[in-house]
Design a protein around this ligand. Structure first.
Ligand SMILES: [Zn+2]
Length: 98
């Protein structure tokens, strides 16, 4: 993992910019390109699990991949469903912005 901003946190930032800082995430789809296999789905990194948990009321998190096949890309061959709490269950707290 590098130290860039993942798409999940970028999307949450845009959501808050377009709406208000009180806006909560309801559902998010995480999709990663994993050529040649659909055996495992892409799940959020630790920083994104924290952000999804912090800016939602236990959002639904769908995780999937694009898979490269002989005839092109298959979108979402496998989709797994999680909650923000399942992906980030042992957090201590979130900062307050008051
Ligand atoms: Zn991330």
């Amino acid at each position: 993992m590098d130290l860039s901003v993942c798409a999940e946190r970028h999307a949450i930032n845009n959501m808050q910019y377009a709406e208000t800082e009180a806006t909560k995430l309801d559902v998010i789809l995480i999709v990663g390109p994993v050529p040649d296999t659909d055996e495992t789905v892409t799940t959020p990194c630790g920083a994104c699990r924290h952000a999804i948990h912090q800016f939602s009321d236990n959002a639904t998190v769908f995780c999937s991949n694009f898979v490269r096949q002989a005839d092109g890309w298959t979108m979402f061959p496998t989709i797994e469903r999680y909650t923000a709490e399942e992906l980030y269950s042992h957090h201590r707290s979130h900062p307050t912005w008051e």
